[in-house]
Ligand binder design. Structure first.
Ligand SMILES: NC(=O)c1ccc[n+]([C@@H]2O[C@H](COP(=O)([O-])OP(=O)(O)OC[C@H]3O[C@@H](n4cnc5c(N)ncnc54)[C@H](O)[C@@H]3O)[C@@H](O)[C@H]2O)c1
Length: 443
């Protein structure tokens, strides 16, 4: 078993560090934020991620937390870089946290392998290698091992990985990093570093493409009277297509998809290639996020003075991450149209982020007095609400379901004007009411 240092106690570093401890390795996690490290030492997990607190507690004797670079590298065989790589103003990757880890590495390091888990543009490995060599740190190996976990299911995603991707300059380092994953029932795919870096960007851009694709299908469904839920089910059962990431809604957000798609688009552009498809994926998503505003306007006319409830703020269920969340765009758009906005989320503490938005303690409180509600996050709690009872508490019972999460029929029976995304009404529902089944289909 190895001793591994992790740099960055965020979603990627803390989850993967705790999972490596679970595999039997000794793990020390270094961060630069004192409160984060103090909290972790006191047993507090700094963000909401199902199963993580239990995993950390279970492996407490193999896991430690530090602010000190020296303590992290002392005796470590591998140094995993898991710091944030947010977009710069130009949309390219801001690698300053990555470079600060490299700059802080002590000169007297032993023969360790530096492993890049942060998502970085293709070519970063070459640059880091050149910098290590320039500093005379030729004994430090370099590998790329991109992280594929998704927030909300991160622990499961790591421990039940579909695959592990490893790139290395020296095959021996690739083998050593692959061996760390023993105990996982996942194929390890080894390749050159630029390819490993590209796998991560390409995988996220592809998943984002599926989302924008089904969202455009949903928008066309609304115009032609098809139901995207039926369409996606019918498509997804085709084994060549599959059902994952084929849920229509208000688009993707979060700390990974938007920035990784942008990284790929700009990486291509900076290399002289216009990646038309990913450019469209970004544009479709930007417009999709705003669609509920138009839908509410179609029902209510001007939004000035109208009260709109946002149900859910996190970019998806089971996380408290607000980075690039559609809720931020929606809140800003509704406010700009003169609406009063009230929001509820079971885990996000949005006080710092949503200026001008009233925060409600419960979904029921958010609905009270509202002229419209928008389901922004597919929190299971929303399915459990006593919708029929709550209808009378709204000033106007309009629900725009941005995640196609609620039962359309139940909502309409409960007296709501209910609209999903791409669910304007299935032709089969219309057919059921006609005398002559099939006539509509033949038209
Ligand atoms: N969040 C995800 O679901 C996810 C999934 C796969 C890959 N990734 C990638 O992993 C990387 C990290 O993402 P994240 O969501 O965990 O970010 P995050 O912002 O949650 O965490 C990053 C952590 O790094 C710390 N940090 C900054 N500089 C440091 C330094 N010099 N030394 C040690 N720690 C330092 C920060 O204080 C912060 O706690 C990104 O490149 C991201 O694209 C993230």
């Amino acid at each position: 078993m190895a001793r591994i240092a992790f740099f960055g106690a965020g979603y990627a570093g803390l989850v993967s560090g705790a999972c490596f401890a679970d595999l039997g390795h000794t793990v020390v996690i270094r961060d630069v934020v004192p409160e984060r490290i103090e909290g972790l030492r006191a047993g507090r997990v700094p963000f909401f991620e199902p199963g993580l607190a239990e995993l950390i507690a279970r492996n407490a004797d193999r896991l430690s937390f530090t602010l000190s670079m020296e303590e992290a590298v002392e005796g470590s065989d591998f140094l995993f870089v898991c710091v944030g790589t947010p977009p710069t103003a130009s949309g390219d990757a801001n690698l300053s946290a990555v470079w600060s880890v490299i700059e802080d590495l002590p000169q007297d390091l032993g023969p360790v392998v530096l492993v890049m888990k942060s998502t970085v543009p293709v070519g970063t490995g070459e640059k880091v290698r050149a910098e290590l060599d320039r500093r005379g740190l030729t004994q430090v190996g370099y590998a790329s091992c991109p992280e594929f976990l998704a927030e909300g299911t991160a622990v499961h995603d790591f421990l039940q990985s579909d695959r592990v991707v490893v790139g290395a300059f020296d095959p021996a380092h690739g083998e050593a990093v692959a061996a760390l994953h023993e105990g996982l029932d996942a194929p390890v795919v080894q390749m050159e570093i630029p390819s490993a870096e590209m796998v991560k960007l390409a995988a996220n851009a592809y998943l984002a493409t599926r989302i924008s694709f089904i969202n455009e299908i949903a928008n066309v469904c609304e115009l032609v009277g098809a139901d995207v839920e039926d369409v996606a089910r019918g498509m997804g059962l085709d084994r060549r297509i599959g059902t994952q990431y084929l849920r229509a809604g208000i688009g993707f957000g979060g700390s990974c998809f938007p920035k990784d798609v942008s990284f790929l688009k700009l990486l291509a552009g900076n290399s002289g290639y216009h990646f038309h498809l990913v450019s469209s994926v970004v544009e479709v998503n930007e417009l999709q996020i705003r669609r509920p505003v138009t839908k509410v306007q179609r029902h209510l006319g001007t939004l000035s003075g109208k009260r709109v409830a946002l149900l859910g703020l996190a970019f998806k269920a089971n996380t408290d991450d607000l980075r690039e969340a559609p809720s931020l765009v929606l809140a800003a758009r509704f406010l700009a149209e003169g609406a009063e906005v009230v929001a509820w989320d079971p885990v996000v503490d949005a006080h710092e982020f949503l200026h001008g938005v009233e925060l409600a303690d419960s979904a029921a409180a958010a609905l009270a007095g509202a002229d419209a509600a928008v389901v922004v996050t597919e929190w299971p709690e929303l399915r459990e609400l006593p919708w029929a009872e709550l209808r009378g508490t709204m000033r106007n019972p309009l629900v725009i379901d941005g995640r196609n999460f609620l039962d359309a029929e139940e909502m309409r029976t409960a007296g709501y004007a209910y609209e999903g995304m791409g669910r304007a009404g299935s032709p089969f529902a219309a057919l059921a009411e006609t005398e002559e089944p099939g006539s509509k289909l033949r038209q």
